[in-house]
Write a protein that binds this ligand. Structure first.
Ligand SMILES: *[C@@H]1O[C@H](CO)[C@@H](O)[C@H](O)[C@H]1NC(C)=O
Ligand SMILES: *[C@@H]1O[C@H](CO)[C@@H](O)[C@H](O)[C@H]1NC(C)=O
Ligand SMILES: *[C@@H]1O[C@H](CO)[C@@H](O)[C@H](O)[C@H]1NC(C)=O
Ligand SMILES: *[C@@H]1O[C@H](CO)[C@@H](O)[C@H](O)[C@H]1NC(C)=O
Ligand SMILES: *[C@@H]1O[C@H](CO)[C@@H](O)[C@H](O)[C@H]1NC(C)=O
Ligand SMILES: *[C@@H]1O[C@H](CO)[C@@H](O)[C@H](O)[C@H]1NC(C)=O
Ligand SMILES: *[C@@H]1O[C@H](CO)[C@@H](O)[C@H](O)[C@H]1NC(C)=O
Ligand SMILES: *[C@@H]1O[C@H](CO)[C@@H](O)[C@H](O)[C@H]1NC(C)=O
Ligand SMILES: *[C@@H]1O[C@H](CO)[C@@H](O)[C@H](O)[C@H]1NC(C)=O
Ligand SMILES: *[C@@H]1O[C@H](CO)[C@@H](O)[C@H](O)[C@H]1NC(C)=O
Ligand SMILES: *[C@@H]1O[C@H](CO)[C@@H](O)[C@H](O)[C@H]1NC(C)=O
Ligand SMILES: *[C@@H]1O[C@H](CO)[C@@H](O)[C@H](O)[C@H]1NC(C)=O
Length: 633
């Protein structure tokens, strides 16, 4: 390893300087006991490139001890991202000055040694390994600890109450493990906490009230933790919060929690938290730094408050999937330079704004009002994220638009797709893109063309077909995971987990492509039978906060799908009263408006669609029952 060699060179160099300064005081050798500890540690970790046989420093032994361990601590930092295959050595206790253990992003297994409780650690980072078993209660003895980072492992058991003794703790990251039980009440003492992450666990109980005592808290992240709502009222006092991300809480309905001071808030996500009542007006004051506001998939009703004009500079603004009504404010529809606002699946009234947005081109507001089936289809075939391909004589439609949030419409083939959310931590791609993954590895499955690209979503991906001949069908969803690696490195340790809804009903909870397919790079076709009775089919993939979010890179999570093929079932009997009568019915009764803004949507070729002169007539009963959407009479 180049870095390793470089560090040893540095070490020798520093030793030389130090020896010069202390004037070659006495001749002594390196602390042999610690060198022995190091050797065992190297073996246990399976770190093969270390060689401490050479005695680099020949200086006064007590000074040497100290210098040695200062620099050994430094060298230990280089143990991260090495894909070490071993387990955690308890022999670290043989290095009594050790302040930091950072073994992040390796391939280590086994459990955390209780012996480490005796070390004077300041930072303990084990993120992105295969560690299992519980957190030893002895870790609660390391009162010097300021950072305890255990995310993306397979740790389990309860959270030891002893951790409440870590009074200096500032950063506690426990996401993506399988911790169970309640958050111990002793955690209320962790008043120095600035960052707390608890997502993707199997916890029980509700979000504790004592988080209101964590007055230093700047960031709280809890997606799919297992905890239930409501969000405690005490959260109002956390005035230093810059990031509050909570999603997928079960439990009773509750209003949007009041936050007394959101002047520091940059990201506020309260998604799928069973929030009820109206949008709070406090959000419209003092939210000067707010960049991401996501209140999607709740039960919010009423209008968008007039004070929300103050939220003009919010970059990503999602109110998707609520029951909001009234008119959409002018600025949300008319102003340019909005990056992304997603208001789809609500109950806004038809007025000049929403009507105009249907015709407005520059702003690319996409308002799908109604759909007239020019023809009917015996199924649905989409090469998600890819170009049009023909497989066994069947044409799979292209689906190549790369923006999120976004509503895409395939006029000719009578389907729309809606992609909500964006990967806010993913800085690899320009913001708002990154919804298509190009596979670069070899495709060994049947029909490889379908798997060459995949469609990604950060939250919710819906495909909605509008003109299908009624009858029994099989929905075949084609998946293959390519974003994780198939090797013995941390890049293979990601877990992608999402839910599959058909016609608004949860059909598959916690779907995991790699598990179902039996590995990375392998295809799995999930077949779900469905009876279509009104010409409409809705397929929806939803990320409920489960799985890892930063392996191999930040922003790798959420639904991924390669292709959709919906084909008539064995006993298919077309129902003749399909589409036409429905059209008339829907024309008179129902509308859908996907109100949708994106300053960057200029790629969308609105003109071409207008020339096709297809007005969209949609019977939205399905969507309505699912999302409590909007319906006009
Ligand atoms: C602990 O980690 C922080 C952040 O990486 C770093 O600034 C600090 O120097 C570390 N402390 C020790 C003792 O290694
Ligand atoms: C760690 O994984 C290796 C294989 O990679 C296995 O042989 C060993 O038994 C595992 N150890 C523990 C403690 O799970
Ligand atoms: C470490 O923790 C254990 C259990 O929490 C406790 O019994 C023991 O006394 C502690 N040791 C020290 C040195 O504090
Ligand atoms: C650590 O926490 C445990 C349980 O919460 C408690 O019984 C114990 O007294 C604490 N130890 C110290 C040294 O504070
Ligand atoms: C918070 O940390 C500071 C210094 O790191 C320490 O002096 C203080 O006691 C800690 N707070 C609590 C409540 O323990
Ligand atoms: C997580 O732990 C629970 C018990 O607390 C267990 O039922 C479940 O199978 C575990 N999940 C995984 C993925 O290991
Ligand atoms: C949301 O709250 C309502 C009313 O309190 C309750 O009936 C419903 O079950 C809750 N939903 C969920 C998903 O917990
Ligand atoms: C907005 O912030 C100012 C100064 O930080 C404060 O005085 C005012 O009360 C805040 N207003 C609201 C509604 O929170
Ligand atoms: C919006 O919905 C509320 C009930 O949630 C209703 O009282 C109100 O009249 C509606 N407003 C409009 C403009 O439809
Ligand atoms: C195409 O035909 C092959 C061979 O019969 C079959 O294995 C494959 O599943 C078919 N592909 C699709 C998408 O139906
Ligand atoms: C995927 O490939 C297409 C065409 O090969 C290219 O236009 C697009 O930029 C690629 N996307 C990504 C995310 O690499
Ligand atoms: C949507 O609004 C209409 C009229 O404003 C109302 O009749 C209907 O009940 C609302 N739907 C929902 C789900 O709130």
């Amino acid at each position: 390893m180049v870095s390793q060699t470089r560090s040893l060179v540095w070490f020798l160099f520093i030793c030389l300087i130090v020896s010069t300064f202390i004037g070659f005081a006495q001749s002594a050798t390196l602390p042999t006991q610690e060198v022995e500890a190091l050797r065992i540690i190297g073996n246990t970790l399976k770190k093969t490139t270390w060689n401490f046989n050479v005695n680099p420093c020949d200086v006064a032994s007590n000074v040497a001890h100290y210098i040695f361990f200062v620099f050994i601590s430094y060298i230990y930092r280089l143990l991260k991202t090495q894909n070490l295959q071993g387990s955690l050595p308890k022999e670290f206790v043989g290095l009594p000055y050790l302040q930091e253990i950072n073994l992040a992003r390796n391939y280590l297994n086994g459990s955390i040694p209780p012996e480490w409780g005796a070390l004077p650690l300041v930072n303990l980072t084990l993120l992105g390994n295969r560690l299992s078993g519980p957190i030893p209660k002895e870790i609660g003895n390391i009162t010097t600890l300021t950072r305890l980072v255990l995310e993306y492992n397979q740790l389990s058991g309860i959270l030891p109450p002893e951790l409440g003794n870590l009074s200096n703790l500032q950063r506690l990251f426990l996401s993506s493990n399988n911790f169970s039980g309640d958050i111990p009440i002793t955690f209320g003492k962790l008043t120095n906490l600035t960052d707390f992450r608890i997502s993707d666990n199997s916890l029980t109980g509700s979000i504790p009230d004592f988080i209101g005592d964590w007055t230093e808290l700047e960031s709280l992240v809890s997606h799919g933790s297992g905890l239930s709502g409501p969000i405690p009222v005490s959260i109002a006092g956390l005035t230093k919060l810059e990031e509050l991300r909570i999603s997928d809480l079960t439990g009773p309905g509750s209003p949007v929690p009041l936050l007394h001071d959101i002047s520091k808030m940059k990201t506020l996500i309260l998604r799928n938290c069973n929030l009820t009542g109206e949008l709070p007006s406090f959000l419209g004051t003092n939210a000067t730094l707010l960049e991401n506001l996501d209140l999607s998939f709740n039960q919010l009703s009423g209008p968008i408050p007039s004070t929300y004009t103050e939220l003009r500079d919010v970059k990503n603004f999602y109110l998707t999937g609520n029951m909001l009504n009234g008119s959409v404010p002018n600025w949300m529809v008319k102003e340019k330079d909005r990056d992304t606002i997603d208001l789809s699946y609500n109950n806004f009234s038809e007025d000049t704004n929403t009507q105009e947005c249907f015709f407005e081109r520059i702003l690319n507001v996409y308002c799908l009002k109604s759909y007239q089936c020019a023809k009917s289809f015996y199924g649905l075939h989409i090469n998600c994220g890819g170009d049009e391909v023909i497989i066994n004589g069947t044409k799979f439609n292209a689906d190549t638009y790369d923006r999120a949030p976004h509503v895409f419409e395939s006029t000719i083939n009578a389907w729309v797709s809606s992609n909500t959310g964006n990967f806010i931590d993913d800085h690899r791609v320009p913001e708002g893109s990154g919804t298509i993954w190009n596979n670069t590895s070899e495709l060994k499955m049947i029909d490889p063309q379908l798997y060459a690209q995949a469609r990604l979503s950060a939250v919710s991906l819906t495909y909605y077909a509008m003109c299908i001949v009624n009858g029994d069908y099989n929905v075949n969803l084609h998946f293959a995971e390519f974003m994780f690696k198939d090797d013995q490195t941390f890049k293979s340790l990601g877990r992608r987990i999402f839910d599959i809804y058909i016609q608004g009903k949860l059909m598959v909870k916690d779907f995991n492509i790699v598990e179902e397919a039996g590995g990375v790079g392998k295809a799995v076709i999930k077949t779900i039978p469905v009876t279509i009775t009104d010409g409409k089919l809705e397929i929806r993939l939803y990320w409920a906060g489960k799985g890892t979010v930063a392996i191999p890179d930040k922003g790798v999570y959420g639904p991924l799908i390669s292709a959709i093929s919906v084909d008539p079932g064995k006993n298919f009997q077309p129902n003749k009263i399909c589409c036409l009568s429905n059209i008339q019915y829907s024309f008179l009764t129902n509308f859908i408006i996907y109100t949708f803004l994106s300053a960057q949507q200029k790629h969308y070729n609105y003109e071409e669609d207008m020339m096709e002169d297809h007005f969209m007539l949609l019977d939205l009963n399905l969507i309505i029952s699912r999302y409590n959407v909007f319906m006009y009479m």
